[in-house]
Design a protein around this ligand. Structure first.
Ligand SMILES: Cc1cc2nc3c(=O)[nH]c(=O)nc-3n(C[C@H](O)[C@H](O)[C@H](O)COP(=O)(O)OP(=O)(O)OC[C@H]3O[C@@H](n4cnc5c(N)ncnc54)[C@H](O)[C@@H]3O)c2cc1C
Length: 1015
């Protein structure tokens, strides 16, 4: 065999560094001629063809569709003869090939003969075969022909319906032609893969005949399929004949050759227990020959056959499938655990939300699995556990005319109740008529059987292979309804199930914990204030204003003379005032690019500081006037809890300077106020880690500054170290470099900006290092800070362990923020915290029903708009409205140049959340506006859910990203699809056009790859 030729990702544009595989236009094993297009790939600009300029045969491993391959790296191989072709065991795409996509099977479906004595018509261009519509289906019964012989058939036409072992289903055809006989008769049983009818190219070739049913031809058809399968390259050809047997059910989630399935039937082997050696994980006949008969279903055939008197009728398919599953369940070592759960609250809450109680229980079951994920796993022979994160719950429904169907409600762990409820309604309607598709009733990961409505006092259910547990719900009584779990002891133990049931009990008996309020939260009582909000930053202010706007009597307790919190006085606003000045200096540097000559910029620190302070004071005054105007009682003082309904307001530390943080005096003085509800919005001051010398350097005259004290600088520093590569550290570092200082940024982690998409963060690091006076060092270890302001020395070790010392005027600590809870006396109100953060749910409720917490004090994204949104969420919950904070739709901007910005999920985060997502990106340097302005750094990325085509994340590194992100926020928060964004008219020439371009590109890629997958 000569060396194979490697088909590589071509460089199809100047800027292209990698491409995404959109489709394979040729199949593995196809003969390739010079100039053939074998695949299409998406570059940074468009979807383009990959042509091959050699002859040969396409061979695996193939790069998977949707995979990103760097320019110059292998996409596939071209081999010189058909014998050398490999399916490509290493490549996910090859591994995923369904049997029907494999060359051998496709050929078989073209050649299989009809189940009758009449041979296939010579002119047949395509054979319509009995599809395999469920894992266990081996044959189907023709229920109806939806098209008449001679009818013109278009792609996607439903030509017939067939009854499988589970339901009546449509047979769709994805080819064009005229329907021709011999057609399988209505009521005829046709084996999977056997011919049902044919397509011919012209009307005069149509044969109007019915196939005469015959077992022999059905066998021939199976054998034909098997014979073709043996021709699959690299699969070992078995030497056993299997004609005359019904193939064994396919193994779950894997393929098996028809030969292998035939032999499995003969030998009584469960294919789920067999390891595969065939291409793409397909089980071959040799694998089955080497396997031992399994204990489950097949072994059951070896049970003593008891002679039962009477004249038995054969079971129908549904009865047989149920019987097989029940026999298979005997292979499971199960045990049962029961607890009583009161359903009253859940029934009321479900009614209030218009949700079915069954769906609400399913959602509760999924939520309880967060703590006990193994309830959702299953045992896989031999001695393997399948760990699953998606909770797909099968729930039994009685079908019209008898029998049970078990539709599966997918992704119960992540989808909202209303969405699940909509799906369930649809599933139940179709399940009753037995018109579900296979993927709608197979593959559940947990099951529920609810006989409560029949009034049964107690029952248990039978777990079957593929799940670890099934829940049986009996009728509600005064003590509650017995919830009995039958569980597989190989996966879960008794304690797991007991604790799981306990957690489920809490969720069901206290639905308000996760289903939202069922009325206003202010407790009955004679309170001084309906609500007291502690902390007057963006979180507290927005919350107080919403509540006051709804007529609540609200006090806003803040330890400063003016509201605004960190955001106004020490954070967002002052830092952006400095950033604005730095931008002016930076923009001047690009004047020359557009032919403008200007002199050197010079910063007047005094003027900048006067402007900054004026802006802050003006906005603080405005905020206080608005608060008073909407009838909020603003009280200056430090709040601490006395009990669950009383706050002491300590005024001993009050002063008139809003620019610095207030300090409480030793001798408390003030007043108690009572409240119906409280909202804690006290923020998080800068955190200084225990680096030797850091805390000592914070005092007056010390050289260590934080985001609280940097505003006291009386002149711009010339040399600085910034410790910490988060948003605050990076912004400060670049602002001071733009002001003319020499800045070294030291970060202990191996990357900057943990919350930012990795590729964006990496590019930003490179851009920052290109700034003339700024250097970013990651993976450093700071050893000591010493000296006084003006002469500070920092000792650190670099990534290689080499020691360095830098001497600067100041060190700015950008080492994060952490709430300080000590002064609040939370324990007196019973509020729980963990690692210095108050625990709050998506509705901003703490563990105490009438006390809420929002903003920096609850951790997560510590950003002003996050705090404000959570303030509105808390207000809505207090008012009895349904609103949640959704971190997956939150956003942020890092105000460097270029700015980094994000909204929603990155590809990594989406995949970790179980979403099948794809991303598309474009570099900024191809944009006309970016070229004109010399703002070429960065990129835009869009992440979309492949299934729904909704945009779930947008990530930017671009100048003006702070404005561009606004459109992206609307895409993500509005659940917009790629099509909607792609079809929107974006103004030209603006950078927003890139959003439309990216959306169209990803939408086209997904369409094309879906088409290819469907082929
Ligand atoms: C340098 C810097 C730049 C930043 N830039 C941005 C940015 O560009 N965009 C962005 O979104 N975010 C930015 N932030 C973060 C933002 O400032 C905070 O996330 C936001 O202010 C948090 O709001 P909050 O309401 O939770 O708390 P805070 O704004 O901290 O307000 C809490 C208030 O409560 C007071 N308080 C504390 N304890 C008590 C008590 N017991 N009784 C009474 N009052 C009390 C505090 O003094 C304060 O006034 C920046 C932060 C810094 C430091």
């Amino acid at each position: 065999m000569t060396e194979p030729y490697v088909i590589k990702m071509p460089q199809l544009s100047d800027t292209m560094t990698e491409g995404v595989v959109v489709s394979w236009e040729k199949a593995v094993g196809d003969k390739i001629e010079r100039g053939d297009i074998v695949a299409t790939v998406e570059t940074d600009k468009a979807i383009m063809d990959v042509e091959v300029f050699r002859d040969g045969y396409l061979s695996g491993p193939l790069a998977a569709i949707d995979s990103t391959v760097p320019v110059g790296e292998a996409l596939a191989l071209l081999v010189s003869s058909a014998d050398d072709v490999r399916l490509g065991d290493a490549a996910p795409q090859a591994g995923k090939l369904a049997e029907s996509q494999q060359p051998g099977v496709a050929a078989a479906s073209r050649q299989a003969t009809a189940p009758g004595t009449v041979a296939a018509p010579e002119a047949a261009s395509y054979t319509i075969t009995m599809p395999q519509l469920s894992d266990t289906m081996t044959e189907g019964v023709v229920v109806s022909w939806e098209k008449l012989v001679g009818a013109r058939i278009k792609r996607g036409t439903v030509v017939a319906t067939v009854e499988t072992d589970k339901a009546i289903m449509d047979v769709e055809v994805f080819h064009e032609g005229y329907l021709s006989g011999p057609v399988a008769a209505v009521d005829a049983t046709v084996p999977v893969g056997g011919a049902m009818a044919y397509l011919v190219d012209s009307k005069d070739q149509v044969i109007d005949e019915e196939a005469v049913p015959s077992t022999k031809s059905a066998e021939t058809s199976t054998a034909a399929v098997a014979a073709e399968m043996s021709a699959v390259p690299a699969a070992s050809a078995p030497s056993v004949s299997v004609s005359g047997v019904t193939p064994a059910p396919r193994p779950q989630g894997r393929g098996a050759t028809p030969y292998a399935r035939g032999i499995a039937t003969r030998r009584g082997i469960d294919l789920n227990t067999v390891s595969a050696s065939g291409p793409g994980g397909v089980i071959t006949a040799a694998d089955v020959q080497g396997a031992q008969p399994a204990s489950g279903l097949a072994a059951a055939a070896g049970f003593p056959q008891v002679d039962v008197p009477g004249d038995g009728r054969p079971m129908n398919k549904l009865e047989k499938a149920t019987s097989d599953a029940m026999t298979a369940s005997l292979s499971m070592p199960t045990f049962r655990v029961t607890t009583s759960i009161k359903l009253g609250g859940l029934i009321r809450a479900s009614k209030a939300q218009g949700a079915s109680v069954t769906v609400t229980i399913a959602k509760a079951c999924a939520l309880a699995m967060r703590e006990f994920p193994n309830m959702n796993w299953c045992y896989q022979p031999q001695d393997k556990l399948v760990e699953r994160s998606g909770v797909d719950i099968g729930m039994a429904v009685a079908a019209d005319g008898g029998g049970l169907v078990v539709p599966v409600l997918r992704a119960c762990e992540s989808r909202e109740l209303d969405e699940l409820n909509r799906d369930w309604k649809d599933l139940v309607g179709r399940a009753r008529k037995r018109r579900l598709k296979p993927d709608e009733y197979t593959g559940s990961t947990f099951q529920i059987s609810n006989m409560g409505m029949f009034g049964v006092s107690h029952f248990d259910a039978i777990a079957t292979p593929g799940i670890a547990a099934i829940l049986a719900i009996s009728a509600d009584t005064e003590q509650g309804s017995p919830f009995t779990i039958t569980a597989d002891h190989r996966v879960v133990n008794g304690a797991d199930v007991a604790m799981y049931l306990d957690s489920l009990k809490t969720l069901i008996e206290q639905p308000q914990l996760w289903m939202g309020p069922s009325g206003p939260a202010v407790a009955e009582g004679d309170w001084d204030y309906d609500v007291v909000v502690v902390g007057g930053g963006p979180g507290g202010e927005d919350c107080a204003r919403d509540l006051a706007g709804h007529g609540m009597k609200v006090a806003l307790v803040n330890d400063a003379p003016l509201p605004g919190g960190e955001c106004l006085w020490r954070g967002c606003i002052p830092s952006k005032a400095w950033r604005a000045a730095a931008d002016r200096i930076r923009d001047r540097l690009d004047d020359d690019h557009l032919g403008i000559s200007s002199g050197n910029s010079r910063l007047d620190w005094g003027k900048l500081e006067a402007t900054r302070r004026k802006v802050l004071e003006t906005r603080g005054d405005m905020a206080l006037k608005t608060d008073k105007g909407v009838k909020i009682k603003y009280i200056q003082g430090f709040g601490r809890f006395v009990d669950g309904h009383t706050l002491f307001i300590d005024t001993s530390g009050n002063n008139d300077d809003p620019h610095s943080r207030a300090r409480v005096a030793d001798q408390p003085q003030g007043e108690n106020v009572s409240f119906g509800c409280a909202v804690i919005a006290t923020g998080a001051p800068p955190f200084v880690p225990p680096i030797p010398g850091a805390i000592e350097g914070l005092g007056e005259g010390g050289g260590v500054l934080t985001s609280d004290t940097v505003w006291t600088l009386d002149k711009q520093p010339k040399k600085l170290v910034v410790i910490g590569g988060g948003a605050i550290g990076l912004e400060m570092a670049q602002i001071f470099q733009d002001f003319g200082a020499q800045v070294t940024l030291l970060e202990a982690q191996d990357r900057i900006l943990a919350e930012v998409e990795p590729e964006i963060a990496k590019q930003l690091t490179a851009v920052l290092n290109d700034d003339p006076r700024l250097t970013v060092h990651t993976s450093v270890q700071i050893e000591r800070i010493s000296g006084r302001a003006g002469a500070v020395s920092i000792k650190y070790k670099d990534q290689a362990g080499k020691a360095h010392t830098i001497k600067v005027e100041h060190v700015i600590m950008g080492t994060g923020k952490r709430p300080v809870l000590d002064g609040l006396d939370l324990d007196k109100a019973g509020v729980v915290s963990e690692n210095s953060v108050i625990k709050a749910d998506a509705r901003c409720r703490t563990n105490v029903a009438h006390i809420f917490a929002i903003g920096d004090v609850i951790g997560g994204l510590m950003l002003a708009h996050t705090a404000a949104q959570q303030g509105r969420v808390a207000a809505a919950t207090i008012l009895g409205e349904d609103m949640k904070y959704e971190q997956d739709k939150d956003c942020g901007v890092i105000f460097t140049r270029p700015e980094a910005a994000f909204v929603g999920l990155s590809l990594e985060q989406a995949r970790a959340a179980g979403i099948d997502a794809a991303e598309v990106k474009v570099p900024m340097n191809i944009d006309a506006k970016a070229m004109i302005n010399n703002e070429r750094h960065g990129m835009i990325k869009i992440v979309a859910d492949k299934k729904t085509q909704r945009i779930i994340g947008v990530h930017l590194l671009a100048d003006h990203a702070d404005t561009l992100i606004g459109e992206a926020v609307m895409m993500v928060s509005g659940n917009m699809t790629l099509e909607q964004v792609g079809r929107a008219i974006h103004p030209h020439p603006t950078q927003t056009e890139l959003f439309g371009e990216l959306a169209r590109r990803l939408s086209s890629r997904l369409r094309r790859s879906a088409r290819v997958k469907a082929k």
